[in-house]
Design a protein around this ligand. Sequence first.
Ligand SMILES: *Cc1c(COP(=O)(O)O)cnc(C)c1O
Length: 492
Amino acid sequence: MQREQELANLADPTDLADLALSPAEMRAMGEAVVARSVAHLASLSEQPSRGDLGDIAAFCRAMREPVPEQGSALEPLLDHLFDELVPRSFTTIGAGYLAYIPGGGIYPAALADFIADTTNRYTGIWQAAPALVQLEANVLEWLRDWMQFPATTRGLFTAGGSMAIFNAIACARELHLGTEIRSGTLYVSSQAHHCIVKAAKLAGIAHDRVRTVAVDRDYRLRVDDLERAIAADRAAGLRPFMVFSSAGTTNTGAVDPLNAVADLAAREKLWHHIDGAYGAFFHMVPELRPLLEGLSRADSLTLDPHKGMFLPYGTGALLVRDGAALRALHSSTAGYLPENQDEFYDPAQYGPDLSRGFPGLRVWLTVKLFGAAKYRAAIAEKRELAVWAAEQVAQIPGIVIDALPHLSLFAFHVAGRGIETLEQQNAATQSLMECVTRRGDVMLTGAMVGDRYLGRVCVLGFRTRRAVMERCVRQLAEETAALLAAASGRHG
Ligand SMILES: *Cc1c(COP(=O)(O)O)cnc(C)c1O
């Protein structure tokens, strides 16, 4: 009752220009939000793996609204959000979310964001909050050490992997091409993430300067094909300047031959970027490092803490081995700002943002609270679960494994009597993903790879433990059996 009273006071019309809230109001509002958020998390096991998206277009059309002239109370707004909007989505934080590359939403990060937003200190330039900026610099150095990059490395936090890649391309372009951008060519495999071509375009590298290199039977970049493409471009008078490899592709989880690409890049004097948006954090676990051998040789590396560190969306990161190159791209001065300094990390000198949020705090608070050992155990467990599940799924009659888990993702398709043509197999595999997802415990998505549709399971959510993987395997077996029975029934 008291809370309602306090919230209603917000609509006090006597002092329209006053936007500051009293301590009691702030506490009441904060408690209301925490109560809703925690209740949401506590009910996760009852939420479907994919929320109700029936007739969602009509729902969205009906949502359009004019700007409100008057404020309203908080509770009805929270009702609307938590009861109407949040449930109409993929349950990305659920234990059963095995689709795409799972994210996280680990709780301490939300608390860190709350602190960052309420204190709202300026972390764009070092002088405005030197100690807070140092804290972010420390976190970037943790990432650097986990990836075994050298002391010359500098990095930056970005909104996600896509923006990390954008900054890497701009950095390589500036260093290798200078103002002669049109002659530069860039190389990706056919399995590289689509955001690279988009980032290249943003960074001034047009699509006709992006070469797509073939992959081998394990969906890994073919270095011989890369070498041929580079030679052809050189012969045509172009300037190859950058090559991408993947430390875990999104489609099948393939890890490219990182060492071989690094060797070639060194020989050809190309900037080698490794996209570790999905896989880089497996490098945190010393026993798993051989799976990513060569990762620490990259000129730059994408990391996505909002995937492999289970953080909420909005945290990507870039590491650049030659920190001076990153600084050369971003460094700038202004008459109204303090002189640049060289001793300490300075966000605006290493990234495109000036005013910015404080992304380092969510990583810092989470790692400080849990400790690195807990992280390593969780990441190692996700891989073990994927390896175990792949072994089980491989034994299901009617399932053909296309990619075993290199890290924590495996891919497969359905085949059997009456499911013989590629078209039939694609339809059956797609149907399998949908049938399992509709049961509500796990959410699975597939991917077109060439002309084949592959089913996928990717384990990377911190809530995903053994029990949900057992359910996933059981449901894949039951739904595959049903598909086979229906198909062989149709064919007599
Ligand atoms: C997710 C992902 C990206 C893109 O990162 P965002 O954080 O979504 O921008 C790039 N590459 C790979 C391999 C990914 O899994």
